[in-house]
Every structure is written in C-alpha cells, then in structure tokens.
Design a protein around this ligand. Structure first.
Ligand code: HEC
Length: 161
C-alpha cells in the first residue's frame, strides 16, 4: 500500500514537471522580436555609424573627465552641473544604442565575436551611463578605459581601415 502511494506521488510530480517544461518551452524567447514588430530598414554603413555616433560619442566621454596640467597646476576635468552630466549621459545612451545598430541587418558580419564585441562596447557604454547618473567622474574614467578596450578589440579583429 505504501509503495503504491509513493508511486502515485512520484508520477504526479513527473507529470507536473512535464507540464512545466512544455510551458517554458512554448514561451517565446525574450530576445525574439514580437511578430508584429515594425520592419527595420538599415541605411547607414558601419563606417558611417562609427563616424557619426560611436567615435564622437567615445571622444566626448574621454574628454569629459580626467585631469590636465596647466600653468595653475593640475586641473581636474569633470562635468560641472546637472546639465553637463545629463548631456554626457545622453551621449553614453546614444553610444550604447549604436551597438544595437551594429547588430541589425547584415551589419553583424558573423554571429560570434562581432556580437560579443559589440555587447562589450554596449556594456562599457552602459557603465558610463550609470556613472553619469551617479555623477561619479572616477567611474566615468574607469568605464571610459573599458570602452576604449572594447573599440580596440573589435578593430583588431575586423580590420578597421
Ligand atoms: C563590433 C566591432 C566594432 C566595435 C565594437 C567598434 N568598431 Fe569602430 N569600426 C569597426 C569596423 C568594422 C570599422 C571599419 C568600417 C569600414 O571602414 O567599413 C570601424 C571603423 C571605425 C572608425 C573609422 C571610421 C572612418 O570614417 O573611417 C572609427 C573612428 C571607429 N571605428 C571608432 C570606434 C570607436 C571609438 C569604438 C569604441 C567606442 C569603436 N569604433 C568600436 C568595428 C567596430
């Protein structure tokens, strides 16, 4: 009697697990675009995205923080007010968004390193964005260094001309 009881419990448990797997399996992946998503029409070349968004954005990040030696001594560079912090945040957000542009259409030259390296650039850009939200100039400096590494890694592999 006891054995039968346990067999029943085990089979109910397996049944519930089975339904669980079916439900999980049927759920659309979070990355997949919904079926009614508007069609995208990529226009710019990778070179144009680099030249118009990525490169000016990265330069703005690099120039926004740090220190420079002047006649008066060492001058610390950082955004001076809320507006300047917000502007730097906007730049970082655009830079991250440019990563999405690098992944649509046939801009993604492969499904491997190109995607990984684009995501690394996006992660570093997001770090910059978060640092601007905290108004933390040191954090912007560190994130900027990661950003620079992400550019170099991709250019090394994909032969920037
Ligand atoms: C996923 C790969 C990838 C990442 C990440 C990347 N680039 Fe590029 N970049 C390229 C490729 C490929 C080219 C060459 C495009 C061409 O000439 O057709 C290029 C070209 C450039 C150019 C030259 C544009 C021109 O007009 O000749 C600049 C400047 C540039 N990238 C800046 C950056 C900066 C700054 C970053 C980081 C913030 C970065 N890139 C991140 C792939 C990448």
């Amino acid at each position: 009697m006891r054995a039968v009881h346990w067999l029943f419990v085990v089979s109910v448990a397996l049944f519930v697990c089975g339904i669980g797997f079916v439900v999980i399996g049927a759920r659309p992946s979070r990355d997949a675009a919904p079926a009614d998503a508007p069609a995208l029409t990529p226009v710019a070349s990778v070179k144009q995205i680099m030249g118009s968004i990525v490169s000016p954005g990265a330069n703005a990040v690099y120039n926004a923080v740090g220190s420079s030696v002047t006649a008066k001594g060492i001058e610390t560079i950082a955004p001076k007010n809320d507006e300047e912090w917000a502007t730097l945040g906007n730049t970082a957000a655009a830079l991250v968004e440019a990563g999405n542009l690098l992944l649509i259409g046939d801009r993604a030259v492969d499904r491997g390193d190109w995607v990984t390296m684009t995501r690394e650039m996006m992660a570093a850009g997001t770090e910059v964005l978060k640092a601007t939200e905290k108004k933390d100039a040191d954090a912007v400096l560190n994130a900027g260094s990661n950003l620079n590494t992400s550019c170099d890694n991709c250019h090394q592999k994909y032969q920037r001309q």
